[in-house]
Design a protein around this ligand. Structure first.
Ligand code: KIV
Length: 285
């Protein structure tokens, strides 16, 4: 594995201060984390979107802390250098500050994460402040927050109207004041994202489908590579159609096995004549 320097909060903020955009991707397993490590991704998010991309649920709500810990630990093993974000799943932090601190602590102690992310604005300030007080960095998440998709009325842009946008702007400021080191804005209009970025003082802003005027960009790995079959969000960019490449490979494998073309001698292991004859003698053939 190529040696990289470990990303830390000071090194992330140094990049921001130098005007270098931060790169952030979702990741859920060891081998993909290895590729992201090699590519030099700054921030890796083990998102509860793994409920959909890895576990096949319709949404993120069934994902448990144990699911998250297992995947986050695997990702840590693949990317020792990236700043690793553990995404707090549904009902792991909403019920109380204590549950939030305990579960954030599990991400750090059991999975080796560097911080946690949780969804919500002013209503989650006690949880954010409590986790920060426990010495765990927190990334906020505003705009489209999938755990509240039912209340939000579906997967749609948030903050198109001035009043709703004002709430997002105020929430971002409140999260910062509660100690969040960063805020992720998902599916917020670009101008709202730009305003929030310009107004941020002690936090940096990451955009997911919220335009270029943030301190960094996030994409969902499965959307980048055509690996999620159910839908493709408009904001996603397909960097390579790995889903098609793999599909073609699978079809070729099925065809070759059916036609007796696979395996060839280089794909299996032989046995010396002498040993084979001895084996036949031993089993009475
Ligand atoms: O779970 C996840 O991947 C996320 C992103 C959608 C931001 O929270």
């Amino acid at each position: 594995m190529t040696e990289r320097k470990k990303m830390t909060l000071p090194s992330l903020f140094a990049k921001v201060a130098a005007g270098q955009p931060l790169t952030m991707l979702t990741c859920y397993d060891y081998s993909t984390a290895y590729l992201q490590e090699q590519a030099g991704i700054d921030i890796v998010l083990v998102g509860d979107s793994l409920g959909m991309t890895m576990l096949g649920y319709e949404g993120t709500l069934p994902v448990t802390m144990d699911d998250m810990i297992r995947h986050a630990a695997a990702v840590r093993r693949g990317t020792p250098s990236a700043w690793l974000v553990g995404d707090m799943p549904y009902m792991s932090y909403q019920p109380s500050v204590e549950s939030a601190i305990r579960n954030a602590g599990r991400f750090m102690a059991e999975a080796g994460c560097d911080c946690v992310k949780l969804e919500g604005g002013t209503e989650m300030l006690p949880q954010v402040a409590g986790i920060v007080r426990a010495g765990i960095p927190v990334m906020g998440h505003l705009g489209l927050t999938p755990q509240s998709v039912s209340a939000l009325g579906g997967f749609r842009v948030q903050g198109k109207g001035a009043e709703q946008a004002r709430k997002i702007v105020e929430d971002a400021r409140a999260l910062e004041e509660a100690g969040a080191f960063a805020v992720l804005l998902e599916m917020v209009p670009d101008r709202v994202c730009e305003l929030i970025t310009n107004r941020s003082r002690t936090s940096f802003i990451i955009s997911l489908g919220s335009g270029p005027r943030a301190h960094g960009q996030l994409l969902i790995y499965h959307d980048m590579f055509g690996l999620y079959p159910r839908f493709k969000p408009r904001m996603a960019k397909l960097y390579a159609d790995a889903g098609k490449v793999i599909g073609d490979g699978l079809a070729a494998y099925v065809g070759e096995v059916q036609e007796g073309m696979f395996p060839q001698p280089e794909n299996y292991f032989g046995m010396a004549d002498e040993a084979y004859e001895e084996l036949r003698r031993l089993i009475g053939e």
